[in-house]
Design a protein around this ligand. Structure first.
Ligand code: NAP
Length: 248
């Protein structure tokens, strides 16, 4: 257990699974007090137990993120559990793929609500307090398909493209007050969320120099880097963690 982040409270959304869980575990191992969130209390409490068994400090806060109220309520609960939040990781997301003409309005609204509206109001609730304190970090989790046109991924990619722009806007808005806002842009990564894709994940990953899907821990390592003072001069950046896919 290191202490680099000791005394810092971190809120990680979507931490009952995949990349969010690996991020919560990694930030706790760096000494942060982690509030991890998701809808599934059973999986959330298991992550809390795992972190505590490793000597870390963690709490679970259940939240179904779908609107401003749920986002602001989660932010308030995190502060109640762990004190002023110094690190916010906007990771929770859904990624339905499919043809544009088969997408319903409900699906459209659901993806935008979780992937864009929730991060927006979590930042609205938490970043001003970070700014008043003169210090804070936000890391948004985007995707490589925010950067390129991929058939059937337009709805999902457009939500994350919005988050890429928000990353830069928030860096401009809050950076002068000491709040660093950055993003990690994963490529195909093996998680519970991508398990149903089976071999298609490998095919998607094959086009990249690394030639394989990433692991949740490899993405968490990039998020943790941006969350620590090792990234103290990095504002408004989108760090690809995609095996090189976007570069070629
Ligand atoms: P995952 O395994 O499906 O996990 C998604 C997390 O989001 C879960 O903890 C889930 O928790 C939470 N979540 C889902 N709906 C929610 C809701 N309505 N309210 C609150 N929490 C909700 O996903 P992942 O693969 O780790 O992906 C994590 C992030 O990385 C996403 O933003 C995704 O877009 C991005 N990403 C992933 C990949 C990849 O290949 N895996 C690539 C690029 C980007 P509950 O089920 O407990 O609610």
């Amino acid at each position: 257990m290191t202490t680099e982040l000791s005394g810092t409270a971190a809120l990680v959304t979507g931490a009952t699974s995949g990349i969010g869980r690996a991020t919560a575990v990694r930030l706790a191992a760096l000494g942060a007090t982690v509030v991890l969130s998701g809808r599934d209390a059973e999986r959330g409490e298991q992550v809390v137990r795992d972190i505590r068994a490793a000597g870390g400090t963690a709490f679970f806060a259940a939240a179904d993120l779908r609107d401003e109220a749920s986002a602001r309520a989660l932010a308030a609960r995190a502060v109640q559990l762990a004190g002023p939040v110094g690190i916010l990781v906007n990771n929770a997301g859904i990624f339905p793929f499919g043809p544009t003409d088969k997408t319903t309005e409900d699906q459209f609204d659901e993806v935008y609500a979780l992937n864009v509206k929730a991060p927006y109001f979590l930042v609205a609730e938490l970043a001003p307090a970070m700014a008043a304190h003169g210090r804070g970090v936000v890391v948004n989790v985007t995707t490589m398909v925010a950067e390129l046109g991929a058939a059937g991924m337009g709805l999902y990619g457009s939500t994350k493209a919005a988050l890429v722009l928000l990353t830069k806007s928030w860096a401009a808005e809050f950076g002068p007050s000491g709040v660093r806002v950055n993003a990690v842009s994963p490529g195909p990564t093996r998680t519970e969320g991508t398990a149903p894709m089976g071999d298609a994940l490998d095919q998607l990953a094959a086009a990249a120099p690394a030639g394989r899907p990433g692991t949740a821990d490899e993405i968490a390592a990039a998020i943790a880097f941006l969350a620590t003072d090792a990234a103290s001069f990095i504002h408004g950046a989108v760090l690809p963690a995609d095996g090189g896919r976007i570069a070629v």
